[in-house]
Design a protein around this ligand. Structure first.
Ligand code: URA
Length: 208
């Protein structure tokens, strides 16, 4: 597979420099809110959904990209998938208010189309700086986009999940299903049980 085009690499480097310059989460949020690295997304978005990181959060949840409700409100995971996620977090004793929640892409792809690879490349500097600033000990990558963004090409999500706890820069990484998959497969589907189990595992690993 060919690498990104030179203009994408150049824009990604500018984003990274801007992100690395941010002193703290609020500064990063301010800088990211003005990002125009992906012209199509910048033109169609309402909000840049930077994400949330309560001080001292030991678990960070990583999703794919904001949807319509996230774009409207500026907050990650507040739609249907977010409500399921909140319920599962409560079930396992990991309050949403104590976990960091971010997405691979900070802007909503129009009509919820899948993120493009170049968008992920351009946006990556923000995510890397968020990981450094939030400094969680456990990252839960939800869905194949999030898993691939962190761990590279892993084959299937099921295979990445079955491989157990991954390690990245001294953090534990769990590969699991996206809450949307849990909704799609229904209450008796494997993704819901797996996601609940993996959130419980994240809580254990973070030793709440
Ligand atoms: N799906 C995601 O991946 N992220 C959100 O913030 C909402 C839905």
């Amino acid at each position: 597979m060919r690498g990104p085009a030179p203009d994408v690499v150049a824009t990604a480097a500018l984003v990274r420099a801007e992100a690395v310059g941010s002193a703290d989460w609020a500064d990063l949020a301010d800088r990211a809110s003005r990002c125009t690295a992906c012209p199509e997304l910048a033109a169609s978005r309402i909000h840049v959904v930077v994400g949330e990181a309560p001080p001292g959060a030991r678990v960070l949840l990583l999703g794919e990209a904001p949807g319509a409700q996230e774009d409207d409100t500026g907050r990650p995971f507040v739609g249907k998938a977010g409500r399921l996620l909140d319920r599962l977090l409560d079930d396992v004793g990991l309050p949403r208010a104590e976990v960091a929640v971010v997405n691979v892409l900070k802007c909503r792809p129009p009509a919820n189309r899948a993120p493009k690879r170049d968008e992920g490349t351009r946006c990556r500097g923000w995510l890397d700086r968020q990981l450094a600033l939030a400094d969680p000990c456990v990252v839960v990558a939800m869905g194949l986009s999030a898993v691939t963004a962190l761990l590279g090409r892993v084959g299937t999500l099921a295979a990445a999940r079955a491989a157990g706890v991954h390690e990245l820069d001294g953090r534990s990484v769990l590969a699991t299903y996206h809450p949307s998959a849990a909704i799609r497969f229904g209450p008796r589907g494997a993704p819901l049980a797996a996601l609940r189990e993996d959130l419980a595992r994240a809580r254990e690993l973070a030793a709440f």
